[in-house]
Design a protein around this ligand. Structure first.
Ligand SMILES: [Zn+2]
Length: 624
């Protein structure tokens, strides 16, 4: 476990504790004037018999409370906070009061449709809500040692495990989440039925006859009235036979995370191979350069290989959060730097872009190209907003970012049979089994990472060398250059460590150009800029409007440029702006005017008011 003390991440963690979590609580308690009604807390009060009224909100409204509690748990591990802890304890007591005698817990069905429990797993998210609350319970127990919520959710999990499984009632969740939650509950309780049921939910999925077809035939009521699309919820094939990432991207990646976790836990080779295949398909064919996944708003879903439109994109923040979960479980399966590279890509790009720098507004959709008057306005672009909106009454992404950022210390390091692995360059203190390592860095702005070993011990230290660094990296030990061998993306340093030994990793941080495969038609003729792990974007605030008229010459020097107002490193280059006549069509080619281009890190876009933005800029070259 790592305690973070980092120039880049600590302020963001503080923002979560001081701004985001209290604000989310106010939203859930309907105390923010003008904000859309949440009613999430009130639903629990009604279910507990402590208030009169009707259920209000989405069928999965309970999950907002769960994600908040989970994030509070991690926040309490970062820094004691009496106010948040008291609020969380009160909420947990209320959850206990809302739980039914048999362990059932879901305010929608308890209050609104008690006769319909467990009948519409396809649409109604009972198992999904239980999953999030189980995750909260495990986190809260680990953070505080308090087991009230853990016991509540064990009763709920026992109910689920006694109901569903081989030789019991058939069922699988419409929205995956319970699988990885039951796995986490198993890890903290060692109760084998939790692991068995998690496995059951995975293996029952996509089996013929398809469970959801049977369920649809057995009931005469609907919630949303959705047509059953097997691919949307990854029901088209048994999970072990799936080779392409399809359907709703968050559901998919939560499921892959559970598959990887269980494969690592049980040594199930077939399951781990399926994870590997699905990972490769996402990362090599279906992922945006920012780590975003989900190419269409229709079903918030994956589409096909190389279909990566920048402006009608979905790339939900939650899906990028899910990729970090998946990457971490893949690292536990096999410590390979390619997984940590993606974890880093998501964290510094596709996830952080979801949040306004002040922590007060959030993107659900993360476009790579925005045009004022088009994005968020025209029919096919309504979802791709040009500015972060206020918190929605029912919020999926903001609390997901909160629970990830507050628990970031769990992602930076890992342990394997052959040694200790550093996955992410984050300042702080890492402690594991009597080994303490202090890390200092100004990453992602500077490429120096310094490790100080705080006690003498024998172990292998594996330091990730990111793929983006190519051969431009070096390692020194106690000031002496060290020829580290590279193993699966990690530099291996094997020695008997003495107290005070230091390791320094140096990565070349020069901004560089990135090109997409020529199969990605949306990026034809374009180039993107990357500096360290950060993907850059061009905004009209720096470059004027009509960004599609800009050209970046292939040989133009990319220059680092401090951007004081936003507190980051910008990149500038001399380029051209094309100018045409006012005619829609003309026989005269456009003329070119020299102009200075300026790009800022993608995560910081949309913090200076409405404007245009694009990540991929057209390139001027003599070749095409
Ligand atoms: Zn979301």
């Amino acid at each position: 476990m790592m305690k973070i003390n980092d120039n880049f991440w600590s302020p963001i963690q503080n923002l979560m504790m001081e701004v985001v979590l209290p604000y989310q609580l106010d939203i859930m308690e309907d105390k923010v004037p003008g904000a859309e009604k949440s009613h999430a807390v009130q639903n629990f009060r009604i279910a507990a018999g402590k208030a009169e009224g009707e259920f209000y909100g989405m069928v999965f409204q309970d999950s907002d409370i769960a994600k908040w509690l989970e994030a509070v748990a991690y926040a309490l591990q970062l820094k004691p906070n009496k106010t948040l802890e008291k609020k969380a304890d009160e909420m947990i007591a209320l959850i206990g009061d809302a739980q039914e005698d048999d362990g059932y817990l879901n305010t929608y069905f308890s209050v609104k449709e008690p006769e319909h429990k467990w009948q519409n797993l396809l649409e109604c998210h009972e198992l999904y809500c239980s999953g999030h609350m189980i995750e909260a319970a495990v986190a809260y127990f680990e953070a505080t040692g308090k087991d009230t919520l853990l016991n509540i959710m064990r009763r709920n999990a026992d109910l689920i495990c006694s109901r569903f499984g081989e030789g019991k009632i058939r069922g699988i969740p419409g929205h995956q989440e319970i699988e990885l939650a039951l796995y986490r509950l198993y890890k903290v309780t060692s109760e084998p039925s939790y692991l068995e049921t998690a496995r059951y939910f995975l293996d029952e999925r996509g089996k013929e006859p398809n469970y959801f077809k049977e369920e649809l035939a057995s009931r005469n009521w609907y919630h949303w009235g959705n047509n059953f699309d097997p691919e949307y919820g990854q029901n088209h094939l048994p999970v072990r036979k799936q080779t392409e990432a399809v359907g709703h991207s968050v559901r998919a990646v939560y499921m892959y995370t559970a598959m990887a976790a269980i494969a690592a836990e049980t040594g199930d080779k077939e399951l781990s191979l399926a994870c590997r295949t699905l990972w490769d398909n996402i990362v090599n064919k279906r992922m945006y350069i920012t780590g975003g996944i989900g190419s269409t708003r229709h079903g918030e879903a994956f589409t096909i290989d190389y279909d990566l439109p920048n402006d009608t994109i979905y790339a939900e923040t939650c899906a990028s959060v899910a990729m970090v979960f998946f990457a971490r479980k893949m690292l536990e399966l096999e410590p390979k730097g390619e997984y940590a590279d993606i974890m880093e890509k998501e964290l510094y790009n596709g996830i952080l872009s979801g949040m306004q720098l002040d922590g007060k507004k959030f993107f659900y959709v993360n476009p790579l190209e925005v045009v004022a008057g088009v994005s968020g306005e025209l029919p096919d672009y309504k979802h791709a907003l040009p500015e972060r909106p206020e918190w929605f009454g029912c919020a999926c992404c903001p609390p997901n970012v909160a629970r990830l950022v507050t628990s970031l210390g769990q992602y930076a390091w890992g342990e394997a049979a052959d040694g200790i692995y550093n996955h992410l360059y984050i300042g702080g203190i890492y402690e594991m089994d009597g080994v303490t390592i202090e890390t200092t860095t100004d990453y992602p702005w500077e490429g120096f990472v310094s490790y100080t070993i705080k006690n003498s011990a024998d172990f292998n230290l594996f330091v990730r060398v990111p793929e983006w660094a190519g051969d431009d990296w070096e390692i020194s030990v106690n000031g002496q250059s060290y020829q580290a061998s590279l193993k699966n993306g990690y530099a291996a340093i094997k020695r008997s460590w003495q107290t005070g030994d230091t390791v320094k990793l140096t990565l070349e941080m020069q901004a560089k150009r990135v090109y997409a495969s020529t199969k990605v038609r949306a990026n034809a003729g374009c180039v993107a800029i990357m500096r360290g792990p950060l993907i850059y974007c061009f905004e009209s605030h720096d470059n004027g409007t009509n960004l599609s008229a800009l050209r970046l010459p292939r040989d133009a020097k990319l220059i680092d440029n401090k951007e004081e107002a936003l507190g980051l490193v910008a990149v500038t280059a001399w380029g051209t702006r094309l100018e045409s006549s006012d005619n829609l069509y003309s026989f005269a080619p456009p003329s070119a005017k020299e102009t200075q281009l300026r790009a800022i890190p993608y995560y910081a876009w949309g913090n200076r008011g409405l404007g245009d933005m694009r990540v991929w800029i057209l390139e001027r070259s003599d070749i095409f």
